[in-house]
Design a protein around this ligand. Sequence first.
Ligand SMILES: *Cc1c(COP(=O)(O)O)cnc(C)c1O
Length: 432
Amino acid sequence: MVNTTIKTTKSQEVFAAAQNLMPGGVSSPVRAFKSVGGQPIVFDRVKGAYIWDVDGNQYIDYVGTWGPAICGHAHPEVIAALHEALEKGTSFGAPSTLENVLAEMVIDAVPSIEMVRFVNSGTEACMGVLRLMRAFTNRDKIIKFEGCYHGHADTFLVKAGSGVATLGLPDSPGVPKAATSTTLTAPYNDLESVKALFEENRDEIAGVILEPVVGNAGFIAPDAGFLEGLRELTHEYGALLVFDEVMTGFRIAYGGAQEKFGVTPDLTTLGKVIGGGLPVGAYGGRRDIMSMVAPAGPVYQAGTLSGNPLAMTAGIKTLELLQKPGTYDYLERITKKLADGLLQIAKETGHAACGGQISAMFGLFFTSGPVHNYEDAKKSDTAKFGRFHRGMLERGVYLAPSQFEAGFTSFAHTEEDIDQTLAVARDVISSL
Ligand SMILES: *Cc1c(COP(=O)(O)O)cnc(C)c1O
C-alpha cells in the first residue's frame, strides 16, 4: 500500500480556495507547509493511525492532530461516549458531574496538581498560569527558554518555538514592548544562565516556565539534573516552577514528565491529550496557589465554554483508555523502534543526523548534534528536512511539516505501521 506517486488535485483546489478566505489558507500557521515547501494535503477523515485526504490517498500519521490523538484517531470508545454525551446537549455553562470526574482523574495522575481549572486550549492554560504566578508571588518577571512554546499570548512570544520558529519570526508585530519587557529568556539545559538571571533580578522573578521535554523546537530532552536544578534554583530564589505539560502530559507518562523525571513543579499546564481531540486546556497545582483563582480568590479567569461536556467526555474516555496496563510500555517500544530506525537509516546512508524519543514523542534533526537547545537545533539542514518530508508524504507517511516540531505515535500504530514507515524512510533518505 506504499504510495509511490500521489494525485493531489482536490487538495490543491481546496487549498487554493482557502487562501482567498483565510490568511494563508489555514487556521494555524504551521499547517500551511511553508517551512517544508509544497502544498499541504487537505484532510477528509482520520481513523486510528491513518489519515485520508480529499483525493482518497491514505497516510500513516505521526502528527496525531499535534498530540491529542494518543489513542489513535476517532477511537470507537471515545466516539461512542461522545454520541451519548451529545444527546444531553453540547454546552452547559454551569457545573457538571463530568468536570468532577476529569478533575479527579487529573489530580490523581499528575503529582503537582491538587486543584485544577479547565479552559479551552493550551494557550489559555498558559495565560491563566502566568497571571497566577505573578499574583501569587507579587512579582512580574518570568523566565522562559529559547525555543519553548507556551501558546500565543503576548508575554510568551519571545524566542518562542513552534510556528514562530518555523516561520523564523524572532517575535511578532503587534506585541507591545511592555508585554515582553518582563520576559527573560535563557538557553534550554543551561542552569548557569538561569542562575545569572535570578542574581540580576533578585526578588523580581515570579517563576520559571518550561516544556520539561521540548517538542516545539523539535524533540529535545532535558539533560540529567536540569529539571532538578531548576527546582532547587526556584526554591532558593522564592520563585515558582511551572511545567508546561500541554504536550508531554499523559504522553511522556500517565503522570507526565514530572512523574517520569520525579521532579514536582508548583504549577502545571495541560492540554492536547486531556481533551481527547476536543478543545481543552487546564492549569493546576498546589492548593494554596490555586485557591487564589476566582471565585475562590481574586485572580480573574473565566470561559463561556470551559468545562464543556463533550470535551470533558472525550478527555475522560481518553484517560480511561490510557490507564489500561501495558499502554505506555507499548508506546515506548514502538516509538523507540521508529526513532532508532530513522537514525540508523540516516547514519547508514551518510547523512548527519541526531534524534531521540521518550515514550510516544520523537524527533530527528538533520545535524550531527548533539542537540541540547534551540541554537543546536537551528544547525539542522532544514532544506534537507523539507525534501525528506515531501518524500515521506508522497509515499504515504505524514510527518509534522517542520524540522522544529516533535513527532507523535499512538497505541493505534502497529509494529507493521512502524516497519512500513522505516521501509519508506530508507527509500526516501537514501535518495536525499
Ligand atoms: C500546543 C502547545 C501549547 C498551546 O496549546 P494550544 O492548544 O495550541 O493553544 C502550549 N504549550 C505547549 C508546550 C504546547 O505544545
